[in-house]
Design a protein around this ligand. Structure first.
Ligand SMILES: [Zn+2]
Ligand SMILES: [Zn+2]
Length: 182
């Protein structure tokens, strides 16, 4: 049976483990991920949960698309992402039960200490996807950005500003860097 809940109490996880999957069409996470993925999210996630009364490990894989605004030319573009992670939720601060889980890890491994014996899979996925958002998104490495003089997108057209004033085409980001003296 496929499960789709977002929050599981530790004692609800059967000893054989539990598999949970989500996607934009099943929809449970669309609201949770709205601030990251927007109105038309594209993602799928598969989580395998194993645990005891005190410690639960979530092994997940998530893939999708991030819509970003290019920091140079201000056009929207998509960044595909795909990642694997393991997060252990530990009730209290006794790590002795985690040793086996750490050995069998693929991708990133994190431990979260929790006060309540429950795991919120929506929060877990939100955190993992948020880590994929670039600090300075660029639609392509060769993006020429906007002309600082006339505002034209220099990927699509050329302008005369440079030849008239000898103005160096810079991205807003580079200009900011120069101002900050970086
Ligand atoms: Zn761009
Ligand atoms: Zn121009």
């Amino acid at each position: 049976m496929a499960a789709h809940n977002l929050i599981y109490k530790f004692h609800e996880i059967p000893s054989a483990g539990l598999s949970v999957s989500y996607s934009q069409s099943s929809g449970e996470l669309n609201k949770v991920l709205f601030d990251l993925l927007g109105d038309f999210p594209v993602y799928q996630a598969q989580l395998d949960i194993q645990g005891t009364e005190k410690s639960v490990q979530v092994k997940g894989s998530v893939a999708g698309e991030l819509r970003q605004i290019c920091s140079r030319c201000a056009e929207e573009f998509c960044i595909p992402f795909q990642k694997k992670f393991t997060t252990a939720y530990q009730l209290g601060n006794d790590l002795s039960e985690l040793n086996g889980a750490i050995d069998a890890t693929e991708g990133t491994f994190e431990v979260e200490f929790v006060e309540q014996p429950e795991v919120n899979l929506g929060d877990a996925l939100h955190e993992q996807i948020a880590l994929e958002i670039p600090f300075q998104p660029v639609c392509k490495e060769t993006c020429k950005g906007l002309c600082m003089q006339c505002g034209k997108n220099l990927n699509e057209t050329t302008c005369q500003c440079r030849s008239i004033e000898g103005f160096k085409h810079e991205s807003p980001f580079e200009k900011l860097k120069a101002l900050k003296g970086e």
